[in-house]
Design a protein around this ligand. Structure first.
Ligand code: ADP
Ligand code: ASP
Ligand code: MG
Length: 470
């Protein structure tokens, strides 16, 4: 009993089977909880498709973006066709699909007419990609209304107010809190289940923004914090937070409990199952987070909270992401190169690099820039291109070379207080060369920079050191 926020990921809303699970979970929790808030992501793959459509519109490729929008439309229409909806709901959903996608096409059309540059500004991309979440929220609300619940979809552009860092916007908590209090709180009091679009928001003056890739998680945390939820449950397609990405390594194990700090590092350094920025919000209010499998709701999932059980053996998970290295055969001040890195990263991903890992000897300097997953799959490649342009145009630093690298991160509370664990890490890596390393100052993570081709076998080897206590 209490207030619960449940977020359903894109992996859980794309098929009739998955949606029937979603509906039964909502019905069950509706009976158990006093208040229920639902957050919906776009169907899996839809956001990627919409981003591609926006890029094609920016290149004036009319045929390209129209083809993508037509595919997205057919996918939603045929899903709605198969769902157990009453006739009125089905008719109005079909109309919503057409209206929202035609509006989106109008924006693409004007982008295409006015396209001048090769790259489309993120602000323009944000203006069109939220339609995936708008469609999914309408579908879930209609399904649960058909089952007799009182429910309404809510477009978060009306309630999540953000800064203007398009593509990776940060919420303005006070404004968002007062919008949620005005629009959503009264619904909860009247037993209405709001189904809120994840991922999207808008600036104070109404321009659409997005909260970074995987941003529906952030929406769930925001609504929970602002509406005083007791817990957040994120329903996805795996049994919980695991010792490494189960899609890449089938040996991955579920982790029963984790501390907020551990999950923040896991998310930042590559586990896309959780959006890194949501964790700080939940931690501040000590709101527990559960990650659960929509297809196996009987499984306990992972509980993330303040006091997970401590382990003598602390390595719980291993992650891998791509980074960019810059190196030169000399040492000296890093002020100029850091300024160039900041400018290039700012241009490509909209904000400066949060984390760099560096190592210097008297005859060599090495810097690695970490591009977090919220920037999306193209983030590292875009940043690398920009860095190359900047270096070429900066006479003082032309001797730096750039290469993609792998960043492997080992996570567990107190890792760096246990030198024997670090010794085992290096022993296990065996012949894989480490280019640089960084021990997180909070002792929860150890990041190793390695050659990009070594990343899969490094994860496989280091994963043998994890103990999950599942
Ligand atoms: P959703 O659509 O539910 O938000 P995501 O694709 O964003 O789902 O996140 C779930 C996926 O995250 C899983 O299918 C899995 O492949 C991936 N993943 C990466 N690292 C991990 C990890 N350490 N534990 C669990 N899943 C992980
Ligand atoms: N649909 C968005 C994305 O693909 C947000 C999310 O899935 O959480 O990034
Ligand atoms: Mg996600």
């Amino acid at each position: 009993m209490g207030t619960l926020t449940m977020k359903f990921g894109g992996s859980t809303v794309g098929t009739t089977t998955a949606l029937s699970q979603v509906v039964s979970i909502i019905l069950q929790e509706y009976e158990r909880q006093d208040r229920l808030i639902v957050v919906a992501s776009a169907l899996e793959g839809v956001t990627d498709a919409l981003i591609e459509a926006a890029h094609l519109a920016g290149l004036s490729n009319r045929r390209g973006y129209r083809r993508i929008v037509a595919t997205v439309r057919t996918r939603h229409l045929s899903l709605v066709e198969k769902l157990p909806l009453n006739a009125n709901e089905r008719t109005s959903l079909n109309a919503d699909i057409d209206n929202l996608l035609f509006d989106m096409l109008d924006i693409c059309q004007s982008m295409s007419n006015t396209a001048t540059e090769e790259t489309v500004p993120q602000q323009t991309i944000d203006a069109v990609i939220g339609v995936g979440e708008q469609l999914a929220a309408r579908i879930i609300a209609a399904l649960i209304r058909t089952k007799g619940l009182r429910s309404t979809h809510i477009d978060a552009t009306e309630i999540i107010i953000t800064d203007d860092q398009f593509g990776n916007a940060r919420p303005l908590i006070d404004e968002t809190r007062s919008r949620l209090a005005a629009y959503v709180q009264p619904m909860l009091e009247r037993d209405i289940v709001p189904v809120i679009t994840g991922f999207i928001g808008s600036t104070r003056n109404g321009q659409p923004t997005t909260l970074g890739r995987g941003g529906s998680d952030y929406t769930a945390a925001l609504t929970a914090v602002c509406l005083g939820a007791d817990e957040v449950w994120m329903w996805t397609d795996v049994d919980g937070m695991m010792s490494t990405d189960p899609r890449e390594f089938p040996g991955a194990q579920v982790i029963a409990e984790l501390a907020y700090e551990e999950v923040a590092e896991l998310a930042y350094f590559g586990a896309r199952i959780v959006h890194a920025h949501m964790i700080g919000l939940l931690k501040e209010q000590q709101i527990p987070l559960r990650i659960r499998n929509v297809y196996r709701p009987q499984q306990p999932g992972t509980l993330i909270h303040t006091s997970p059980k401590k382990h003598a053996q602390a390595i719980k998970a291993v992650t891998s992401i791509q980074g960019i290295s810059l190196s030169t055969k000399r040492s000296g001040s890093l002020a100029t190169i850091y300024r160039v890195i900041d400018a290039a990263v700012q241009e490509s991903i909209g904000n400066t690099a949060d984390v760099t890992i560096s190592a210097q000897s008297s005859a060599h300097t090495f810097i690695c820039v970490v591009i977090p997953p919220v920037i999306g799959p193209e983030g590292a490649a875009n940043a690398q291109r920009k860095l190359r342009d900047h270096l070429e145009n900066h006479p003082a630093i032309t001797d730096w070379s750039i290469a993609p690298v792998g960043i492997i991160t080992i996570i567990g509370s107190g890792i760096s207080d246990q030198p024997h664990l670090i010794a085992r890490v290096f022993d296990t890596l065996n012949d894989i060369p480490v280019l640089a390393m960084s021990q997180g100052p909070d002792a929860h993570n150890l990041s190793l920079v390695i050659n990009v081709d070594d990343a899969p076998r490094a994860v496989e080897r280091l994963h043998t050191l994890t103990i999950t206590d599942a």
